[in-house]
Design a protein around this ligand. Sequence first.
Ligand code: AQP
Length: 329
Amino acid sequence: MSSKKRIFSGVQPSGNLHIGNYLGAIANWVKLQDSYESIFCVVDMHAITVPQDPEILRKKSIEIAKIYLAAGIDPKKSLIFIQSQVSEHAELMWILNTIAKMSELEKMTQFKDKSQKEGKEGAAVGLFDYPVLMAADILLYDTQVVPVGEDQKQHVELARDLAKRFNNKFGDTFIVPEVHIKKEGMRVMGLDNPEKKMSKSAESIYNRIELLDDAEMIRKKIRKAVTDSGSEIIYRDDKPALKNLINIYSSFSGKTPKEIEAMFVGKGYGDFKSELAEVIIAFLESFQARYNALSDKEVMKILNKGADKVRPIARKKLDEVKTKIGFIV
Ligand code: AQP
């Protein structure tokens, strides 16, 4: 291992990526890749914990990798690969399943949210087990730091607990990873409901600004975004919808919430929303130009190379784990 600490993270190809995924996770990875040995994964095995159309899933997996690259992940500095192409993830998950507890998984808010539709009894076992697969992803690479959005903190905590439990039982094997959440990388909330995070799987497209939305769509979505009572542009906890919009403005413009409040003194929601839309459009236009310049073929080449590089790291760790638990390797 190099002297740099290692980071690992990923996004599911489960829908259209949005500015929450970018601000909460990918933008942070771009910064961190200079100071960490970085591995970024397209977590398609996580995506199938809810139903996926096979053709769309294949397309989306390449799309996510293109988004990583367009956002600034540099394949010369970071490894990018598709999770299902490295089967060690599934093997380690099985072993970790034997030390994870039902009670731990039952506490996971993501499972509670995502199983709401069909109810706990109808939810797939894979959806319940999602955090154990995520722990396997992280622990397989001796990951020291896991940069994720705030919503994933609970899952990284489980990875830490499983690493410690395994080490206690079988001797030092896993590094106990730290979670890294960008300070200003708040949870981006839904435009249609500031009580819930912006999400790929939210039913309404007015919940999120997608990274590949065009300018007109962005203007429309921001116009329709819910706001709080009153008309002043103020950044306060009791105005969660406005606070969320100001946070988004702040992230894309580099201005602080205080500066934004000052810019809009005497102006109303209409002025604020039109400027917010233009700030997002300015950022996404250059991002989309980089995205459109990438071909599927060159992206697949980067992904295959990434898988070839990570496989030996994963294999070595898995063999160590198998030996420790009494398997014949
Ligand atoms: N709203 C958000 N604000 C900040 N960060 C977010 N992330 C997701 N939503 C927000 C971060 O994006 C990374 C990738 O997420 P994921 O695809 O692994 O799954 P997720 O967290 O479940 O994201 P979504 O968009 O809500 O997808 P669906 O609807 O498919 O489940 C993670 O680091 C996450 O923290």
